[in-house]
Design a protein around this ligand. Structure first.
Ligand SMILES: NC(=O)c1ccc[n+]([C@@H]2O[C@H](COP(=O)([O-])OP(=O)(O)OC[C@H]3O[C@@H](n4cnc5c(N)ncnc54)[C@H](O)[C@@H]3O)[C@@H](O)[C@H]2O)c1
Length: 364
């Protein structure tokens, strides 16, 4: 692989320009072209970056401008056809979350990338964020004891999507973080919600993931809240962590608090929970843009051939959980066992990032 990698970005709406800005900031990377179906968006990109070519047809971007790699930030329904064309054209491909509209589409893309020997990566951006890396490290060191549950909230007003509900839009962030921290897949998913603004598209959902050993996670997603909230609480048997992504500096707080049951008691009068109140601690978290680390990791994987921390297989696992959530939503929150889903075959040898930092090799 030559030293400089040429990248093309498809989709320049809300998120695509962030990809362009970050790829442009990286050494030995050239953003050769951007593509958007809207001339107005291309015009906007032209005012920001005079040196980047703009095209309306992604086939032109794939075959006419000489890119090595493609990043896709279109609405989710377009991920599969664009990614398929990109892989067929021999381009390493980064797809924004969620990977595609169905697990069948994800499986096809994974197979295609494998047969072509190309990097296929999914934009699970928070796996590249310093606070998430730190939370995972704290949990895996055993500092908080065994995890009892994780509670995550991602709420604000808008941005309403037309092709996916709020769970498919926002929960991929929480799910990817939770799988990364726990290092395992849930056994059961249930989800309830309401579509109050656009018929048939839920704008508020409550999802619950059940793991082995009675561990569970709840994920609240909403486009209807007056305040923006990005908060995750990890409750352990010894300590608890609150991760607030909106805090400018103090994103992680570790609370040395717990509740304990008395080991012995004979009568109810003797029964008292014991509460432990210790200090709270705010570790220093480096300020780095997660998307920049994600873009760098994509280029590193292209150069070294390593499997991405958020590979196509990770994207597939996440889409299977979203499919289970949709199935549960359609039956008023009935729990869905992931093993009962027809398409749910275990992903072979999948390292969920345990012990791997961006840039490290995670396959033998
Ligand atoms: N990783 C993150 O933190 C993060 C954050 C926000 C959005 N996203 C993801 O990024 C993707 C895009 O989201 P968005 O909010 O920017 O959407 P958007 O609707 O604002 O922008 C999508 C753009 O794609 C263009 N487009 C649509 N179909 C096209 C096609 N066939 N060819 C070329 N251009 C086409 C549209 O004209 C539009 O400008 C979604 O998958 C979303 O989930 C990721």
């Amino acid at each position: 692989m030559k030293e400089e990698i040429s990248v093309g970005i498809v989709g320049c709406g809300y998120w695509g320009p962030n990809l362009v800005r970050n790829f442009k900031s990286l050494a030995n990377c050239k953003v050769r072209a951007v593509c958007d179906a809207s001339e107005a968006r291309l015009q906007h990109m032209k005012t920001l970056y005079h040196d980047v070519k703009g095209v309306t047809d992604f086939n032109h971007l794939l075959n006419g401008v000489g890119v090595d790699a493609v990043a896709i930030a279109t609405p989710v329904k377009d991920h599969y056809p664009i990614a398929k064309a990109s892989l067929l054209a021999g381009k390493h491909t980064l797809i924004e979350k969620p990977m595609a509209s169905s697990s069948a589409e994800c499986e096809e893309l994974i197979e295609l990338a494998r047969s072509q020997g190309l990097v296929l990566m999914v934009g699970h951006t928070f796996l590249y964020s310093e606070p998430v890396r730190m939370v995972r490290e704290i949990v895996h060191r055993g500092d908080i004891g065994d995890i009892r549950y994780i509670n995550s909230q991602r709420l604000n007003l808008g941005l309403f999507q037309k092709d996916i509900n709020v769970a498919w839009d926002l929960a991929p962030h929480d799910i990817s973080i939770i799988l990364h921290i726990l290092g395992e897949l849930p056994e059961q998913v249930n989800c309830q919600g309401n579509a109050s603004i656009t018929e048939g598209i839920e704008d508020v959902t409550n999802m619950s993931l059940r793991f082995k050993n009675q561990r569970f996670a709840t994920i609240q997603s909403s486009w209807l809240e007056p305040r923006k909230v990005r908060q995750m609480t990890i409750v352990g048997t010894r300590r608890m962590i609150v991760y607030d992504d909106l805090e400018p500096r103090e994103k992680i707080r570790i609370y040395d608090v717990r509740v304990e049951r008395p080991p012995h008691y004979d009568t109810f009068a003797e029964f008292h929970y014991s509460y432990h109140y210790g200090d709270s601690y705010i570790p220093h978290v480096k300020q780095e843009e997660p998307l920049k680390a994600q873009c760098q990791h994509f280029l590193d994987c292209i150069r070294t051939g390593q499997r991405p921390l958020s590979s196509g297989d990770h994207g597939l696992e996440l889409v299977r959980i979203l499919e289970a959530s949709s199935k549960s939503l359609a039956s008023a929150g009935t729990p869905v066992n992931l093993s009962d889903l027809e398409a749910n075959r275990p992903v072979a040898n999948l390292d969920r990032g345990l012990g791997v930092k961006p840039g490290e090799r995670n396959i033998a």
